[in-house]
Design a binder for this molecule. Structure first.
Ligand SMILES: Cc1cc2nc3c(=O)[nH]c(=O)nc-3n(C[C@H](O)[C@H](O)[C@H](O)COP(=O)(O)OP(=O)(O)OC[C@H]3O[C@@H](n4cnc5c(N)ncnc54)[C@H](O)[C@@H]3O)c2cc1C
Length: 396
């Protein structure tokens, strides 16, 4: 007889915890998901979901509602130059023409909507599994299970604890994991604003349509634009240093200098200035305390891989724990198998993120970079590039 209150406790109801809780609930495990925030976040933050992410979401019934809400971005244009020298079109990454499978696009949807859909799926699969306004303070692990304590003095006993506590948590310390990585030198400012508040000079090369993306490689740093539902566009601009505040007027100024586009800063609905880091815990799991999502691995946000990587890892984690529950492996073997599959995936995503970021840096070799990107966007390389960008190169 064990003394467990539930079959699994998860900490953190972000994109990772909500998805993983829904996966376990679908397997009919008794799940408890504890979130310190009393309310969901409203920040649009992550917007891109790659095809392997949509496949993973489908397992918990979340893909269809998200496909109904999001924009299917089938084409992304690449341009180079600046307002003074002129803007040239380097080529178009055409996902619809070059990818296989059901999802030949990148879906864009605000992270707040993605989390709302996941939360609704979890509520349908396991009513009451999510408890908000509960901060986990510490836990103790022994051979039979983990006792999890919260700030209201409550405790729960579970055979498996998964910390989905995000990029800034210290959950790795409790399993004695080493944290590799650190900050990149790159900094950005981003803003969401209505497409009606942007004006491209007539005849601008590679001007994106309402449902198309743009990656503009200017000599002084990248300008990116992605469509969002509701006629909104997300602008991301590389800055020479981290801005003290995310003044949209500054973003508009840089976008004008580099691309010639006029953005009405007054119309901005969200803006934020951010630095970028990468980190990877080693190992991701030990004993009965496992890490998932950003708590395990953080990759550069340029290229939008964080959530897709987290959901693929969550599926691997669930499979490893299921093998244990079915009596095929010990807890240590299950932990090692999750780690062995997710580590190489996280490393590949880290490398893709680093390359994406490198491409957007300021450079004196602007013409060389533009020439290479133009080459990569045309046959015979275009299909491979589309697969790499959408996390479908080899195993995702
Ligand atoms: C600017 C930016 C743009 C991005 N764009 C993309 C993109 O386009 N596509 C993409 O896939 N990814 C993107 N990402 C990455 C993506 O946002 C993250 O990978 C994702 O949010 C990770 O989700 P998570 O659930 O692991 O962590 P989080 O979203 O950080 O959630 C962790 C949760 O744990 C809770 N928590 C922490 N400690 C405790 C505790 N002790 N007790 C209870 N609760 C606790 C927190 O309150 C929080 O709700 C972007 C990131 C940034 C910064």
């Amino acid at each position: 007889m064990n003394d467990h209150d539930v079959d699994v406790v998860l900490i953190g109801a972000g994109a990772t915890g909500l998805y993983l809780a829904a996966l376990f609930a679908r397997d009919r495990l008794r799940v408890q998901l504890l979130e310190r925030r009393a309310e969901p976040t409203r920040h649009s933050r992550a917007i891109g979901i790659h095809p392997p992410g949509l496949q993973a979401l489908d397992e918990v019934g979340a893909a269809t509602p998200l496909l109904e809400r999001g924009i299917r971005v089938t084409r992304g244009h690449a341009t180079a130059g600046d307002r003074q020298r002129g803007v040239r079109h380097l080529g178009t990454l055409d996902f619809a023409a070059t990818l296989d499978g059901d999802h030949r696009f990148v879906l864009t949807v605000p992270q707040s909507d993605t989390e709302a859909v996941l939360e609704a799926r979890l509520a349908a699969l396991a009513p009451g599994a999510l408890r908000r306004g509960v901060r986990v303070t510490h836990w103790q692990e022994d051979a039979e299970g983990v006792t999890v304590h919260d700030d209201a003095g409550g405790s729960l006993r579970t055979p498996l604890l998964v910390a989905c506590t995000g990029a800034n948590g210290a959950s790795h310390e409790s399993l004695g994991a080493h944290l590799a990585g650190g900050p990149y030198p790159d900094t950005y400012v981003m803003a969401d604003l209505p497409q009606s508040a942007e004006r491209f000079p007539p005849g601008t090369a590679g001007m994106p349509g309402p449902e198309e993306a743009l990656i503009h490689l200017a000599p002084h740093g990248v300008v990116e634009a992605f469509p969002l539902p509701g006629g909104i566009r997300r602008w991301v601009v590389k800055t020479p240093r981290l801005l003290d505040d995310a003044d949209p007027a500054h973003l508009a100024e840089l976008a004008f200098e580099r691309l010639g586009v006029t953005l009405d800063a007054q119309a901005v609905t969200m803006s934020s200035a951010f630095g970028v880091q990468h980190r990877r815990a080693r190992p991701f799991a030990r004993g009965r305390t496992w890490l998932a999502g950003d708590a395990a691995h953080v990759v550069a946000p340029i290229g939008g891989q964080g959530m897709t990587l987290a959901w693929l890892g969550a599926r691997t984690l669930r499979d490893a724990w299921r093998a244990h529950l079915e009596g095929h492996t010990s807890t240590e073997e299950a932990a090692r198998s999750y780690d062995a599959l997710q580590h190489p995936r996280a490393r590949r995503a880290e490398m893709r993120g680093a390359v994406n970021m490198q491409l957007g840096r300021a450079t004196r070799l602007h013409s060389l970079r533009s020439g290479l990107v133009r080459l990569a966007l045309h046959d015979p390389f275009a299909g491979r590039l589309a697969r790499i960008f959408t996390m479908q190169e080899g195993r995702a």
